[in-house]
Design a protein around this ligand. Structure first.
Ligand code: I85
Length: 374
């Protein structure tokens, strides 16, 4: 029998407690012109609202990359900073390099990303031809999107723009990975760490300082519900019946949570899947399930393999390519509405907090508060 070394405690262990682990690599923005290192082509891979994405090639390796160009401003800096911070997650499109260059006398931020050669999630499902898309595959897809959101929420970042166009495949091969992109609307919320500064007296921190975080994250959960619904049938849970991207009728149905599981598409879909959708599409943001509950749900993390029930998704997507363009537009608008509405919820609570009666009550609580052990 071999004797095991007893664990010894020494000064190194103690020092480890004092040194913050280096989990985030520093971002070194390059100041030389990007064309020193990459050949920039005119091939447009996609159009975002604040800049286009171009195909570029690394001069030394010949490898293809994607370039997103942003005009330098505080929002663009926040996007770069947050995206860089989460670039190590296997479910998020990685940033390779960031350049700060002048373009027609304007300062620009150039984000070089790994090129997702497989294109958008639903284009791949649409292009499947005869090979049916199954409930089991839909669950795998939701699991990987959930992985990205779990990573983000665990470090208190809400993406706030989770929609089909921002979910891209690494390649067209069957083993391709699905990754999330575009951090243009991402938001870091107040954490206990950021509250541990001299600016706050943590024991008396007002609920509205902690509050808005919940709504930003639940916006991502709602998106997850819409994407899951579309994956299982090919059309969205809410849509406007005519023309306009978002109609009063559609807004009313979203607010009341009025959607159905129509025949024939939903006949064979499992009850578990439907129940998970209901938990995600809860009207009241505080009632929606959290990402931890989501990744532990039996439909996402099943104890036995899910049934390979064939779905109608590929056919439905194939039948109406114009309708699909409309769906994407509607989702973009609905997300914008949601971001604005949730911002207003936050403002209302701040108004409440300056209400003299509440201030008085808070003062009283402050005087009588008992320290609570964690
Ligand atoms: N590769 N939202 C829609 C794209 N590789 N794309 C969008 N915001 C971004 C474009 C407009 C997403 O941050 C976007 C962003 C980043 C990308 C991106 C990143 C990395 C790609 C706006 C492709 C691609 C490459 C080769 C082939 C194909 C697509 O888009 C396809 F298969 F489609 F032909």
């Amino acid at each position: 029998m071999s004797l095991q070394e007893p664990p010894s405690v020494n000064s190194a262990h103690f020092l480890q407690l004092l040194v913050k682990p280096v989990t985030n690599r520093a971002l070194r923005t390059k100041l030389n012109v990007i064309t020193d290192d990459y050949t920039v082509t005119n091939q447009v891979l996609g159009m975002g609202i604040n800049g286009k994405v171009l195909e570029i090639f690394h001069r030394e390796s010949g490898e293809k990359y994607a370039l997103k160009m942003l005009q330098d401003c505080s929002e663009a800096r926040r996007e770069v900073e947050l995206h860089w911070k989460v670039s190590t997650c296997p479910h998020i499109v990685p940033i390779v390099d960031v350049y700060e260059n002048l373009n027609h006398d304007k300062k620009c931020l150039l984000i070089v990303m790994e090129c997702m050669d497989g294109g958008e999630l639903f284009s791949q499902i649409q292009d499947r031809g005869n090979h049916a898309f199954t409930e089991r595959e839909a669950s795998d897809i939701m699991k990987s999107i959930g992985g990205a959101i779990h990573f983000l929420h665990s470090i208190n970042i809400a993406h706030r723009d989770i929609k089909p166009e921002n979910l891209l495949y690494t390649s067209k091969r069957p083993d391709a990975l699905l990754k999330l992109t575009d951090f243009g609307f991402a938001k870091e919320s107040t954490t206990l760490n950021s509250l541990a500064t001299p600016c706050f007296t943590p024991y008396y921190v007002a609920p509205e300082v902690l509050g808005p975080e919940k709504y930003d994250k639940s916006c991502d959960m709602w998106s997850l519900g819409v994407i899951m619904y579309i994956l299982l049938c090919g059309y969205p849970p809410f849509f406007s019946y005519h023309g306009l991207a978002i109609s009063p009728g559609m807004k009313r149905r979203i607010c009341r949570g009025q959607y159905e599981f129509p025949k024939p598409e939903w006949c064979d879909v499992s009850e578990e899947a439907k129940q998970l959708i209901c938990n995600l599409l809860q009207t009241e943001p505080t009632q929606r399930i959290t990402i931890s509950e989501f990744i532990n749900h039996p439909w996402i993390n099943p104890s036995q393999e899910l049934p390979q029930t064939p779905l109608h998704t590929s056919r439905v997507l194939h039948e109406g390519p114009e309708a699909w363009e409309k769906v994407k537009e509607e989702m973009t608008n609905a997300l914008q509405t949601m971001r604005v509405d949730y911002e207003q919820i936050k403002i209302k609570t701040i108004e409440e907090s300056t209400n003299p009666l509440l201030l008085k009550r808070r003062q009283k609580n402050k005087n009588t508060a008992v320290q609570h052990p964690d």
